[in-house]
Design a protein around this ligand. Structure first.
Ligand SMILES: [Fe+2]
Length: 316
């Protein structure tokens, strides 16, 4: 079972995006042409965006060097333009509306540079994670978001929190390969918002060792980590990204969630999230990242909520 844009899809025999069928489908079904896709990926330097509560910034790529515009980009961009033209015709868009749309895009030129990657992530990041799952058999991946930090402290059984705040949460599970064999030595990164919806490590007065940690998985593959329940939060919405959400009649909230990243030699890196059943924003996530296999109904253990979360890694 696969999930795309929040909807279940029985199987994924080929790749389809609305009317973008033929020219997209062929490259994804052909392993040779799929390699072309991966080949072009590094041709465009990766944008790293960070939009913390304080200190918004985006590390823009250096596009001064010549890029390798392969056939892959040619077919993708052509189909993208074709699709937009179909929308314009379908909705009988007028010159006045067209100029207004261009005027809106001009706002990005004057906005902080993180607004462009924010809008792209808001609209398309989760879809790319879904596409990646069509090539995997392990745990469902999900968007990373902008708050991952390599410098997270190594932990044993507890993530450091501000103890006086928040409801306790225990996260436990196993890290295995596709056959169920434990992946000893895997690095499991866990990070999440605090009870006010903020992430650590993005301002001088909020040290990186709070609400995040890196657990080294032992020989049984099992882990159990205590932390606190994260709170829902809004993505930055005082610029054009927020205005765009407003055009679509949407709000900027994300449901409460915990982020995970699992790394182990010989395996594909897994980045995913866990959401909580009953969350007010589950069905209207501003970045449309919620997928049903990632929604968990927490149990109770003592004074804490209990989140069971296993990670199954695909071989590299
Ligand atoms: Fe997040």
């Amino acid at each position: 079972m696969f999930f795309r844009d929040g909807h279940e899809v029985a199987e994924m025999p080929e790749f389809q995006l609305g009317s973008l069928t033929s020219r997209w489908a062929i490259p994804f079904r052909s392993s040779q042409l799929r390699k072309q896709y991966w080949k072009i990926a590094p041709a465009f330097p990766k944008v790293e965006v960070r939009y913390a509560a304080t200190g918004h910034q985006a590390l823009a790529p250096d596009l001064s060097e010549e890029t390798d515009m392969s056939n892959r980009s040619e077919v993708v961009i052509r189909d993208l333009v074709k699709s937009v033209r179909e929308v314009l015709r379908h909705h009988d868009v007028t010159f006045e509306e067209y100029r207004a749309a261009v005027g809106f895009l001009m706002k990005y030129a004057k906005a902080p540079e993180f607004e462009i990657p924010l809008t792209c992530d808001m609209l398309f990041n989760a879809t790319v994670a879904d596409i990646e799952m069509t090539h995997r058999k392990g745990s469902v991946s999900n968007l990373e978001g902008p708050y991952f930090l390599e410098s997270a402290p190594t932990i044993t059984d507890r993530i450091k929190t501000r103890d006086e705040q928040g409801e306790a949460l225990i996260i436990e599970g196993r890290v295995t390969d596709l056959s169920g064999k434990p992946v000893e030595g895997a690095q499991l990164y866990i990070w999440h918002a605090d009870p006010q919806g903020y992430y650590s490590g993005y301002s001088d007065d909020y040290p990186v060792d709070l609400y995040r940690g890196k657990k080294i998985i032992g020989p049984t593959g099992e882990f159990s980590v205590r932390t606190t329940m994260p709170a829902p939060y809004t993505i930055p919405h005082d610029g054009p990204s927020g205005e765009l959400l407003g055009f679509m009649g949407r709000h900027p909230w994300r449901p409460a969630h915990v982020h995970f990243k699992v790394r182990a030699p010989g395996f594909i890196e897994l980045t995913t999230q866990a959401y909580f059943a009953g969350d007010k924003w589950l069905d209207s996530d501003s970045v449309e990242g919620v997928r049903s296999p990632l929604v968990h109904a927490p149990g109770i253990r003592g004074d804490a909520k209990l989140l069971k979360k296993d990670f199954v890694l695909d071989p590299a």
